[in-house]
Design a protein around this ligand. Sequence first.
Ligand code: ZEM
Length: 301
Amino acid sequence: MSVQENHQLSGDFDKVRDDIMAILKMKDYDDGSIGPVLVRLAWHSSGTYCKETDTGGSNGAGMRYESEGGDPANAGLQHARTFLEPIKEKHPWITYADLWTLAGCVAIKAMGGPDVPWKAGRSDFADESLNPPRGRLPDGAQAADHLRHIFYRMGFNDQEIVALSGAHNLGRCHTDRSGFDGAWVVQPTRFSNQYYKLLMKLDWQKKKLSNESAEKGASWQWVAQAPGADEDEPPLMMLPTDHSLIEDDSFRPWVEKYAEDRDAFFKDFSAVFAKLVELGVYRGEDGIARFSHLEKGKYDS
Ligand code: ZEM
């Protein structure tokens, strides 16, 4: 057993949490916080899970390798990984797979969101042979049927899809990453249910995007001026997938509920984000996660 495996459960996770908290504010980065991009890192490391084949998910930290890290769907997340590197250096016993998921949970809480239960024990792949194939993460240019295809594969239902989408209260789109442009809410470093309120309330219009964006698969998005904003301020935005939540008869009631009931959203978001970062993480009796159900059998014997 490696040194890493011996210590990865007994390390001081409270110290790691404190060190993550201490790097969240960054004046010159986006809206002054790296919290949103850390949340996206946790999500994209987990969102490759497929329940049929029991592959993908946060265990393994496959994004360290080109096949996953270089996926255009993960554009920009190299920044998140680099921001966390000093923390890994200071606490070398923590695995990347644990650090990336923990950082997302810490960031959610620090930005005013709910406590998300988090458990240690993920391991890091020794090479990229167990990495999931590309193409498992959602494409914002699509609509409700695509969201179902992607999130049902992970084992989520319609309510959970709408709750997870509320993460778009945080952060922004970057033309040089996804091709989409702008933030969903006025205060994108504050966790709230504004995303749902704005989806319901504003007069969203389709806007064509630049050729540079179109080349990344983002040919248009929804835009609306924030309430009370000057005309020269950049508008708020919604992805086609975000807006599809209010066009769909099964998704829409959940948008309405979360717009009206902040506490219900916080509670449901906490549960669903905790479920997300646990996908495909199977711990043995020693508390250390195995790689895939096949490998699990091998390790347990
Ligand atoms: Zn996102 N997301 N996402 N998301 N996401 C972006 C940014 C962020 C979709 C999507 O295409 C995009 C979830 C679900 C879905 C965050 C969290 C979560 C961006 C902008 C796109 C295009 C990337 C860029 O240009 O930098 C789609 C289609 C989703 C399907 C529902 C879920 C689930 C999330 C967490 C629970 C966050 C925090 C960001 C902001 C990142 C940042 O850098 O500010």
